[in-house]
Design a protein around this ligand. Structure first.
Ligand code: CU
Length: 180
């Protein structure tokens, strides 16, 4: 892109972001948009008020810098995996398929949820075997920046993690304790 145009576009984006933040600071309710460069959001459908995501653990090839492509393990074709975005108060269902050659499970880092949904094999659930499926479902009552990963050390080390953004549902001046 033309440098000058790119500069003005950046200025425009900065302006839009600042306006959104100012709106949040005033407690006017617009959620702060979150973008994860080069990593898409995990799409969802809605079933009876429940946001339904489909997460697939699988080997991926990821180009980290031009000319450097790594064999990693990730989710839905990328490592890190796609970002999950939802809103405080949502109920979510994550249909999880294991397309890896070894067993795994998904832990929702920092989320307060029933132990059987916490994704720690041997404590809250059985391992999800290769070719297996497990359906996680829980309500979100927190907001903030979280992430998901298997509770299997070597799997995390080869790329298995993804962001989990829970947007604040209702913004008030009193509760806002952010960067201002
Ligand atoms: Cu964790």
């Amino acid at each position: 892109m033309n440098k000058r145009r790119s500069f003005f576009r950046s200025l425009l984006e900065l302006g839009t972001g600042a306006a959104a933040l100012a709106q949040v600071a005033r407690g006017q309710g617009a959620p702060v948009p979150v973008q994860t460069p080069d990593i898409g959001d995990l799409p969802f459908t809605v079933d009876n008020g429940v946001k339904v995501f489909h997460l697939v653990a699988e080997p991926v090839k990821q180009t980290v810098i031009p000319g450097r492509t790594f064999d990693l393990w990730g989710f839905n074709g990328s490592a890190p995996g796609p970002t999950i975005q939802a809103t405080e108060g949502d109920r979510i269902r994550i249909i999880f398929d294991n397309h890896l050659p070894e067993a795994t499970g998904i832990h929702w880092h920092g989320l307060e949820l029933p132990i059987e949904m916490d994704g720690v094999p041997g404590i809250g659930q059985d391992l999800v075997q290769p070719g297996g499926r497990f359906t996680y479902e829980f309500p979100l009552h927190q907001n903030g920046t979280f992430f998901y990963h298997p509770h299997m050390a070597m799997q995390e080390m080869v790329g298995m993690l993804g962001g989990f953004i829970i947007h604040r549902r209702r913004l008030t001046r009193r509760r806002w304790t952010g960067i201002f």
